[in-house]
Write a protein that binds this ligand. Structure first.
Ligand code: IPD
Ligand code: CA
Ligand code: CA
Ligand code: CA
Length: 277
């Protein structure tokens, strides 16, 4: 699937350099008061000037470095390409945290073969750069995952009842009540829940064993591409419900028997039911 002269290691190095450069820009240019430039899927789904500026930076760098590749970015960039590779970028994953000055927001950069569709793509390389701590996770397909350049060690799996579970809640108003209903099924059966506010960081925390399980409904390709590769290259499994690929309907990550039990719990809770059902 790789075009001539392109290596996974080279793509991974580029993802890392783009994400860290973008992260430095977010740190350097954070104004004293961040303001909402617009709202997206609902009144509580903000976009700031920084989200747009960082996406512009990423697209401009890719236009120079990889002019033949396609780009899909959260803030509206959808650049066609001819190489069969697509860069899937989230300039700030965790915009609500960025807005409030809460830690846990990241730049997420991934490159996939095929379309930017979690059902059909192959994720080749990805990088998640935590803007506040500077911690940088990266992975290349078949090459393992690292945090700040150090390979992530194998992680023991915990039983479901002692699992720390990360999750997130999509901002679409139509989905909020259903998310609350599923959460009520999950919470009594696990150690505790963390809603940290960045899906990309959640998946990297899962990769390094700082979360035992993770689930979320409504993720977009740019939320999950880089983090899912970091998690799977670290030895975790990233799946959907009922044998589907991870994606918008449901993304679940974890290890060992607890992951299978958790998938069954989410299936029984109809966590993949259509909105409003
Ligand atoms: C959001 C974050 C959040 C998740 C939301 C995403 P954004 O991305 O990843 O953790 O729960 O579903 O939309 O909008 O901050 O890039
Ligand atoms: Ca957003
Ligand atoms: Ca996001
Ligand atoms: Ca974003």
């Amino acid at each position: 699937v790789l075009p001539d002269g392109v290596s996974i290691a080279g793509l991974r190095a580029l993802a890392l350099s783009l994400a860290t450069e973008a992260g430095a820009a977010v740190r350097a240019r954070r104004p004293e008061h961040v303001t909402v430039a617009a709202t997206k899927s609902s009144d509580v789904d903000p976009v700031t000037a920084m989200d747009r500026a960082v996406e512009e930076l990423l697209v401009a760098r890719l236009a120079t470095e990889r002019p033949q590749d396609a780009i899909l970015g959260e803030e509206g960039d959808d650049v066609p390409g001819t190489s069969g590779l697509t860069w899937v970028v989230d300039p700030i994953d965790g915009t609500v945290n960025y807005l409030y000055g809460v830690s846990s927001f990241a730049v997420s950069v991934a490159v996939v073969a095929g379309p930017a569709d979690p059902e059909r793509w192959t994720i080749l390389a990805g990088c998640v750069h935590d803007v506040v701590t500077g911690r940088t996770w990266s992975a290349g397909l078949g090459e393992g995952a690292t945090a700040d350049g150090v390979p992530l060690p194998a992680v023991e799996h915990a039983p479901l009842g002692r699992s720390l579970v990360g999750t997130g809640f999509g901002y679409a108003a139509s989905r909020r009540a259903a998310q609350a209903r599923v959460l009520a099924e999950v919470l009594p059966r696990v150690r505790d829940i963390r809603r940290l506010g960045s899906a990309a960081i959640d998946l990297c925390l899962l990769a390094q064993g700082s979360l035992d399980l993770y689930y979320e409904r409504g993720l977009n390709p740019w939320d999950l591409a880089a983090g899912a590769l970091v998690a799977s290259e670290a030895g975790a499994r990233v799946v959907g419900l009922r044998g589907h690929a991870p994606g918008a309907t449901m993304t679940v990550a974890g290890r060992g028997p607890a992951l299978d039990q958790f998938v069954s719990l989410l299936e029984a809770a109809q966590a993949d039911a259509p909105d409003g059902a």
